[in-house]
Design a protein around this ligand. Structure first.
Ligand code: SF4
Length: 349
């Protein structure tokens, strides 16, 4: 358990993100927490680079229902302070926390306080000699480094451990996690580190995290993007939903368009997605371009439109409802979706 969120042991895969405000700026950080939670984040991590940040932990915890993980590098005293201030979990990298004695001191404090410890090994902090030995060697070194730290934490009496072994490329990361998964039962925090911008980082993270989750590896995930943290949560949700590991909320299906396309699928699908962003009601909405393949998919969805010569065909619940003129496609589709969303919310109330 990380606060009230179960991690591992067959519990749902949880989503994490990390704030990029100054942790000591409680107001700004809590604002970002709220946005993350609203987007579907389960666990939040903050960097603790100085004493003021560690001192802010109680106020941050008081202002959110998400469990808080303090991320600490270099200064083991900050890890001790974060534990003292009540962080639900700490993340340390054995390669950056200092001497083995200091790491053990942190471990003993976490054991006494019942704080969760994530061993977060990153390829960036591996010795360059190991990196030069090639991908397999690097993956093995990542895994070995993490597993050695797990041994140390267990010996020190830490009762709740998570492990991550992130490299910045997918094959190394996947190999490292496979090795760790074979050798430990502790829950694994999965991600691709420094994955990149929203476009390339989303692809890299989806491939890497998706491959691991499809193998049954991973209990909690973080998508690392050079983008606002809320985007990380949005991507994480789609990764989990696409593997059937989490209810998708509202999902827009749209065709790739081709020479048969009769309507502006790109604009329509984009507008629909934007209008319904954040809707948690599980509904499928299809936007299809033509009367050839469109009706099949539109029928499968809860609400669907299939383009035709004079507008489109509107389907609701698998039935053709009516023909819609070209200028009314968006309005008609959205009003049917909103009606269904309200119905379902009333049904669940
Ligand atoms: Fe082309 Fe129709 Fe398929 Fe869209 S649904 S890609 S328009 S065939």
């Amino acid at each position: 358990m990380l606060g009230a969120v179960p991690v591992g042991g067959g519990s749902p895969v949880s989503i994490q993100s990390m704030t990029n405000t100054a942790t000591s700026n409680v107001g700004a950080t809590l604002e970002q927490f709220a946005a993350l939670e609203e987007a579907g984040c389960d666990i939040v991590r903050v960097a603790v680079p100085d004493e003021e940040s560690a001192m802010a932990i109680p106020s941050l915890i008081a202002g959110t229902s998400m469990p808080l993980v303090a991320d600490i590098h270099f200064d083991h005293r900050l890890a001790l302070l974060a534990i003292e201030k009540g962080a639900h979990g700490i993340r340390i990298n054995p390669g950056t926390i200092g001497s083995p004695e200091r790491a053990r001191e942190v471990a003993r404090a976490a054991a006494d306080a019942g704080t969760v410890v994530r061993v977060g090994v990153n390829s960036g902090s591996l010795e360059s000699r190991l990196r030069k030995e090639g991908a397999r060697a690097e993956a093995e070194s990542l895994a070995r480094s993490a597993l050695d730290s797990v041994d140390m934490l267990e010996d020190s009496g830490v009762g709740a451990i998570k492990v991550s072994v992130k490299a910045s490329d997918v094959p190394r990361t996947v190999t490292a996690y496979r090795i760790v998964a074979e050798e430990t039962d502790w829950p694994l925090h999965v991600g691709i580190t420094e994955a990149g911008t929203i476009w390339s980082g989303t692809i890299k993270s989806s491939v890497g995290i998706g491959a691991l989750l499809a193998m049954g590896i991973g209990d909690t995930i973080r998508v690392s993007l050079t983008a606002p943290p809320v985007e990380e949560v949005r991507v994480a949700k789609v990764i989990l939903a696409s593997l059937g590991l989490r209810e998708a909320g509202l999902e827009v299906i749209s065709c790739p368009t081709c020479a048969r396309t009769e309507i502006d699928v790109v604009t329509l699908a984009t507008r629909v997605e934007e209008a319904l962003e954040g809707c948690r009601v599980p509904l499928k909405v299809a936007v299809m371009g033509c009367p050839v393949n469109g009706p099949g998919e539109a029928r499968e969805a809860d609400v669907g439109i299939a383009g035709g010569k004079e507008g489109g065909l509107l389907f609701v619940g698998g039935e053709l409802l009516r023909r819609v003129g070209p200028d009314d496609l968006y309005e008609e589709l959205i009003s049917e979706v909103k009606r269904l969303v309200e119905d379902r919310m009333r049904g669940n109330a």
